[in-house]
Write a protein that binds this ligand. Structure first.
Ligand code: SF4
Ligand code: SF4
Length: 191
C-alpha cells in the first residue's frame, strides 16, 4: 500500500515536502517567544476587564447596596441571590430605608457578562480586574456579601452606624461630597 502511494507522488513531493515542514519549525525557533509565564508572571488586564464583583461603599463606610434585587433580576444566569432588609435608627448599614442583608454571587454560574452592574441603580455593584476565581470546592465559589464588600478605606467606618455625611439621603446619591472623597477602589470598572 505504501509503495502504491509513493508511486503516485512526484519526486518533489517525496523529498521536499518533509523538509519544508521542518522549515516552519526552524523559522519559528528564531521568532520572539509569545508564551506567557502565568502564574509566575501576571500581565495586567484591560482597564475595563470584567472580573470579580465588588460591593462598593460610601465615603463614610456605609454600603451602597439597597437590597433592591435589580441585579438579580437582570442576571441571565440566575447567579445572584439578594435578600433586602430595613435599616433602623439603631442599626444602619446604608443611607435610606433598605440594605442588602444577604448578598451572594454564584461563580459556578456567572458568565461575567456585566448585565448586573448595568442594572444597579446606586453603582453599588461594579466589577474588579481580579480574574483568579478558580477553587477546589464548589461551595467556595458561592461568594457571600463579606467576600464581595469593598475594603474599608481611610476615613471609613464599619457599619452599622449613622449616616456621617449628613441626614439627607439624597446628598449621598447626588454625590455632593465626591469632590473631596473618592469612594471608588482603584480597580473598579467604570460601566
Ligand atoms: S456578570 Fe452576568 S452572569 Fe455574572 S452575576 Fe452579573 S449578570 Fe449574572
Ligand atoms: S447591588 Fe445594586 S441592583 Fe443589586 S440589590 Fe444592591 S442596589 Fe440593588
Amino acid at each position: 500500500m505504501a509503495d502504491d502511494k509513493s508511486q503516485g507522488r512526484t519526486l518533489k513531493e517525496q523529498f521536499w515536502d518533509p523538509v519544508a515542514g521542518f522549515g516552519v519549525t526552524f523559522r519559528t525557533m528564531f521568532k520572539k517567544v509569545v508564551t506567557e509565564q502565568y502564574p509566575f508572571e501576571k500581565l495586567p488586564t484591560a482597564p475595563r476587564f470584567h472580573g470579580r464583583h465588588q460591593l462598593n461603599r460610601w465615603p463614610d463606610g456605609l454600603e451602597k447596596c439597597i437590597g433592591c434585587e435589580l441585579c438579580a433580576w437582570a442576571c441571565p444566569a440566575d447567579a445572584i441571590y439578594v435578600e433586602g432588609a430595613s435599616n433602623t435608627d439603631d442599626e444602619r448599614y446604608s443611607p435610606g430605608e433598605r440594605y442588602g442583608r444577604v448578598y451572594q454571587i454564584n461563580y459556578l454560574r456567572c458568565i461575567l457578562c456585566g448585565l448586573c452592574i448595568e442594572a444597579c441603580p446606586t453603582r453599588a455593584l461594579t466589577m474588579t480586574n481580579e480574574y483568579e476565581l478558580a477553587d477546589s470546592s464548589r461551595a467556595e465559589l458561592i461568594y457571600e456579601k463579606s467576600d464581595l464588600l469593598a475594603p474599608l478605606l481611610p476615613g471609613m467606618e464599619q457599619p452599622p452606624h449613622p449616616m456621617r455625611l449628613g441626614d439627607d439621603e439624597g446628598a449621598y446619591y447626588r454625590g455632593e461630597f465626591m469632590a473631596q472623597n473618592s469612594d471608588q477602589a482603584p480597580e473598579e470598572v467604570q460601566s
